[in-house]
Write a protein that binds this ligand. Structure first.
Ligand code: PLP
Length: 396
């Protein structure tokens, strides 16, 4: 009893934890596949995946085995020494991207910090990077300054200088913003935190063309959309573009901390020993997990992700309710925007009470990020709870 009380008490505001997160009053004890289990044994359908992290679900045997094996050898050596496993992972990422070299770090924000530094090194005198309104690239000062959302900046100014902001999905404004100090454009192929905003099919291609014409780097932040989430290895592969830098994190190691910045040869050529680094970046356990993840991301898995996404989208679109304004997404990243009278946080909490994990994004949008291993039964189970929640909503 005391233990239970003690456990519950850490959820309250007198906790020693800094109150920088608004946490749901649920604590999980373990996870298996598409499910998480709380301390009372309740089963939750995980349609959130730690916000696009655990793509292959919880305790995946192949990933677990790879990490267990690595644990037996060691769990840290410095980047001062050779690592065959890092090289293997880098080679796989190079193959999938068509780019040339990889830098490993620990998170999405770090992958973008590296991209920003590499772009400046490439640009020499040109130091400005164009980014899109509503974007999210991370919380450290460089990537925060690249994230064009005023609500994230309040209280943390001054921002890192050298960023210009343009509306997302608007090529003309980018064209007008390219001055002689600009070295790069950073974009998410689909804006995740901004509300699962999918651009027009030709947008990225046209931005790529502008980059080529003006000798700018195209940096694509695939932290949320990469590693199979949309049904292709990288989301930009749907749009037939080749960027100069790709940033990854979240799903890359199925829950262990890892980020990656993949660069083309012309960027790599500018980077010399000592220009950038990380103590923990590319740590052996995360690299072992990521090598297993990349091996699991077979063409069959990608097709399954794509088909499951279409099926889920079809089912959602069958719901005819004034509560739903728009449904957007690609593969297994789906946003459902609600009428302004409905609060997305209420929807997320109602589903949590029905033992389904989802989360909000952007303006009144709910985000679905199910694991790649879902089947028709999981989709049906989700739809049953989602439809009943929608039926219970009142617009007045
Ligand atoms: N970039 C994108 C597109 C993201 O969605 C996120 C996190 O949500 C980040 C960067 C930051 O990643 P991290 O939280 O690992 O620093």
């Amino acid at each position: 009893m005391y233990l239970q009380e003690k456990e519950n008490s850490v959820l309250e505001s007198d906790s020693a934890l800094l109150q920088n997160y608004k946490r749901f009053p649920v604590e999980f004890a373990y996870g298996n596949g598409v499910h998480l289990y709380d301390r009372n044994g309740n089963e939750y359908l995980d349609f959130l995946c730690g916000i696009a992290v655990t793509g292959f679900g919880h305790s995946h045997p192949v990933i677990k085995k790879a990490v267990d094996e690595q644990l037996k050898s060691f769990w840290h050596v410095s980047n001062l020494f050779e690592s065959t496993n890092q090289q293997t992972l880098a080679e796989k990422l190079v193959q999938h991207s068509g780019l040339d070299k990889v830098f490993f770090c620990n998170s999405g924000t770090e992958a973008n910090e590296a991209a920003i530094k590499f772009a400046r090194k490439f640009g020499e005198e040109r130091t400005t990077i164009i980014s899109a309104e509503g974007s999210f690239h991370g919380r450290t000062m460089g990537s925060l300054s690249a994230s064009a959302q005023v609500k994230l900046w309040n209280g943390f100014r001054p921002l890192t200088p050298g960023f210009k902001y343009v509306p997302f999905n608007d090529v003309d404004t980018i064209g007008h913003s390219i001055t002689e100090d600009v070295c790069a454009i950073i974009l998410e192929p689909i804006q995740g935190e901004g509300g699962i905003i999918t651009p027009s099919p030709e947008y990225l291609k046209e931005v790529e063309k502008l980059c080529r014409e003006n000798n700018l780097l195209l940096i694509l932040d695939e932290v949320q959309t990469g590693m199979g989430r949309t049904g292709k290895f990288f989301a930009h592969q749907w749009f037939d573009v080749v960027p100069d830098i790709i940033t990854l994190a979240k799903g890359i190691a199925n829950g262990l901390p890892l980020g990656a910045t993949i660069v083309s040869a012309k960027v790599a050529d500018k980077i010399k020993p000592g220009d950038h680094g990380s103590t923990f970046g590319g740590n052996p356990l995360s690299i072992a997990a990521a090598n297993a993840v990349v091996n699991l991301l077979t063409p069959e898995t990608l097709t399954h992700i794509s088909n499951s996404g279409k099926e889920l989208m079809n089912e959602l679109q069958k719901i005819n309710s004034p509560a739903i304004k728009e449904i957007r997404g690609l593969g297994l990243i789906i946003g459902i925007e609600f009428d302004e009278k409905i609060l997305n946080s209420t929807v997320v909490e109602t589903l949590l009470n029905k033992k389904i994990l989802t989360y909000s994004a952007g303006r009144n949008t709910m985000r679905l990020l199910p694991p790649y291993i879902i089947n028709k039964n999981h989709i049906s189970q989700f739809m049953l709870s989602f439809s009943s929640m929608i039926n219970d909503l009142h617009l007045d």
